[in-house]
Design a protein around this ligand. Structure first.
Ligand code: ATP
Length: 205
């Protein structure tokens, strides 16, 4: 089995995330994709992050009915800051004999070489770099000094194009706070949950 591990804050999940997952599933011939909402992210110190359980719930609503997709609460259930290296170790130990991939949008792909214990991450998973508007195309050369040439060649073959979608969670949070429409930026049940829990609203909106 070929598993894709897809981490992010997913605050909230949107169509960009879902199309990224679907594109990797098809183009990299994955069997399953596991969405892993972050706990306390070491990369993005966010003043106000939606509680992990609600972010996981929004993912569940978005992927209902797609059997290749699932959610892991591994990071949100940890009390400490979660590092990706711990997450990939967890899946290495729980998905024995599986081939493991790490799905990353182009912005994150360029960040990855600076992540904590990156060499172990790159031994444990094959990163799949995905095009994203506003970031240069993912180039495996960023890992040149971190992995042997054969592995670098393997990484080069795992760069994926998808229709560029200029949606971000930040854009959604800001639109909700300003009382603007967020229709069609994410699956409808996610939008409904945002409304019912009054997520991202300010006092005025
Ligand atoms: P925020 O605006 O809060 O920073 P985000 O929209 O970038 O959030 P994250 O949850 O941080 O979403 O992203 C998780 C992963 O999904 C990252 O690897 C990111 O590059 C990728 N991603 C998010 N949105 C898109 C998009 N529109 N197209 C391609 N990749 C995306």
């Amino acid at each position: 089995m070929r598993y894709g591990i897809f981490g992010g804050s997913f605050d909230p999940i949107h169509w960009g995330h879902l199309l990224l997952a679907e594109t990797c599933l098809r183009k990299a011939n994955l069997d399953r994709i596991i969405f892993v909402p972050s706990g306390c992210s070491p990369h993005r110190a966010k003043a106000k992050q939606t509680p992990g359980e609600l972010r996981a719930e929004m993912i569940e609503l978005a992927i209902t009915g797609y059997e290749e997709f699932s959610v892991s609460r591994f990071e949100i259930e940890r009390e400490k800051t979660s590092y990706t290296v711990e997450t990939v170790r967890h899946f290495r130990d729980s998905l024995l004999d599986a081939e493991r991939f790490l799905l990353v949008g182009a912005d994150m792909y360029y960040d990855l070489p600076h992540w904590y214990e990156v060499s172990e991450i790159l031994k444990t998973v094959i990163p799949i770099g995905v095009y994203r508007p506003g970031a240069p195309p993912p180039h495996a050369e960023v890992f040149q000094d971190l992995v042997p040439p054969e592995r670098l060649e393997l990484f080069r073959r795992h760069v994926v194009q998808m229709p560029l979608i200029e949606i971000s969670s930040t854009m959604i949070r800001e639109a909700v706070a300003e009382g603007e429409s967020v229709r069609f930026l994410m699956p409808r049940p996610v939008e409904a949950l945002i409304r019912s829990h009054r997520l991202y609203h300010t006092e005025e909106s």
